[in-house]
Design a protein around this ligand. Structure first.
Ligand SMILES: [Zn+2]
Length: 396
């Protein structure tokens, strides 16, 4: 390794260490940063100067607590420039959101589209329009979208969606199809995983939980001590294909009696005779018997699947999100009754059942949050890009 390369990699590491500490502790003085990171004051000052120039941190002037003498200028994350784009393709909608470096949500876009009726290429070009609008609007707010993550409703491996049965996708190479269409090229990840991360970063503050996303498919994401459990092939959390009634109706996965056949959005609407989730919720508020019975049946099936999940993983809390959020008042009773009847005899602690405040937004937020966490862990590329941009140039 040449000295220059060694110097560059050390600078990259130090930028990440300083920015990470600002995120954890900020607003914080340079002196306190040196103490916390073990770096010299000179190094910290250089890193902070680079991060200030890149618009990633800002000087707040707030004196840090517990320090004597003249209050130092504190440094905090800046939400004013660097931002991330979260994108979601779901069965019946597309959505986008932009989140800044402080994890503040700056804008959201959603469009109802039946993506089953479209080819992957059509869906992706529609997505590109929404992404482009979001990036342009972010630019008008003075933000630079530094990266994006795209959520898809199926398992993903290096940009390849092996199978998203509810979209009718098989071996769709999203990364290749988007190449040249969307800049920067998004990372592609599974919807249920990102929804769980969305709940972790933007939700109620739980750090040990099982997040259940109710959509047309049902996915779950297990978060243990603030980290997502993905399984050895990234396929963990396919709760919708947990069998609840072995002789039940056939499922797209090739099995029978999967949870999705009872508690998935379509199964639920069909059983209730409703066209949309909004219509179903309206009828539930009016006390419609068919709607109530459909939710009772879905809640019972969900409770059976969650009983198994609790036995396997012992989560502290179960968070119901996606369409289960607006339907929570009518589903949660049957879920609790079913789980309590099967868990309480052998367990003292039964997990809490909570409703996600994010609902269907969790996935796109998790997608954007993932980009922000990556940028904060490794900010050197963004610092360098802002340095090489001509002085006074508008961010692009
Ligand atoms: Zn299935």
């Amino acid at each position: 390794m040449t000295q220059a390369v060694r110097h560059d990699s050390m600078r990259a590491r130090n930028l990440g260490v300083v920015l990470g500490e600002v995120r954890r502790s900020g607003p914080v003085t340079r002196a306190a940063l040196a103490e916390m990171t073990g770096l010299t004051k000179t190094t910290v000052s250089k890193m902070v100067a680079d991060l200030l120039a890149a618009g990633m941190v800002t000087e707040t002037g707030v004196p840090s607590r517990g320090e004597r003498g003249r209050p130092g200028t504190a440094v905090a994350l800046s939400g004013g420039r660097v931002a991330a784009l979260g994108l979601e393709i779901n069965v019946d909608y597309l959505s986008a959101c932009v989140v800044d470096l402080t994890l503040e949500v700056r804008l959201r876009r959603a469009r109802a589209v039946d993506n089953r009726a479209a080819s992957p290429v059509e869906t992706l070009s529609h997505l590109r329009e929404i992404a482009r609008e979001a990036v342009e609007e972010a630019r008008s707010l003075g933000l630079v979208v530094a990266g994006s993550t795209l959520a898809v409703p199926g398992p993903v491996d290096d940009g390849l969606v092996h199978s998203a049965p509810n979209l009718g996708w098989r071996d769709v190479h999203v990364g290749e199809l988007l190449d040249g269409l969307l800049t920067p090229l998004p990372t592609v990840d599974n919807e249920a995983n990102l929804a769980a991360l969305g709940e972790l970063w933007f939700g109620s503050g739980h750090r040990d939980f099982l997040h259940v996303s109710g959509e047309i498919g049902i996915g779950a994401g297990l978060v243990v001590d603030g980290a997502l459990f993905r399984g050895s092939h990234g396929l963990a959390g396919e709760l919708g294909h947990v069998v609840v009634f072995p002789d039940g109706p056939p499922c797209r996965c090739g099995g029978r009696g999967c949870l999705e056949q009872y508690a998935g959005q379509e199964a639920l609407l069909r059983a209730a005779g409703a066209g949309t989730v909004e219509e179903l919720a309206g009828r539930l508020r009016e006390g419609d018997a068919a709607a109530l019975a459909a939710c009772e049946r879905a809640g019972h099936a969900l409770g059976l699947a969650l009983t198994s999940a609790v036995h396997l993983f012992d989560p502290g809390t179960i968070v119901l999100g996606g369409v289960f959020a607006p339907l929570f008042p009518w589903i949660s009773g049957a879920v609790l009754e079913t789980t309590a009847a099967r868990l309480s005899a052998i367990r003292d602690a039964v997990p809490d059942l909570a409703v996600s405040r994010l609902g269907g937004d969790a996935t796109a937020l998790g997608a954007a949050g993932q980009v922000i966490h990556r940028i904060i862990a490794d900010p050197v590329a963004y610092v360098t890009a802002s340095r090489t941009a001509p002085a006074g140039s508008k961010p692009r």
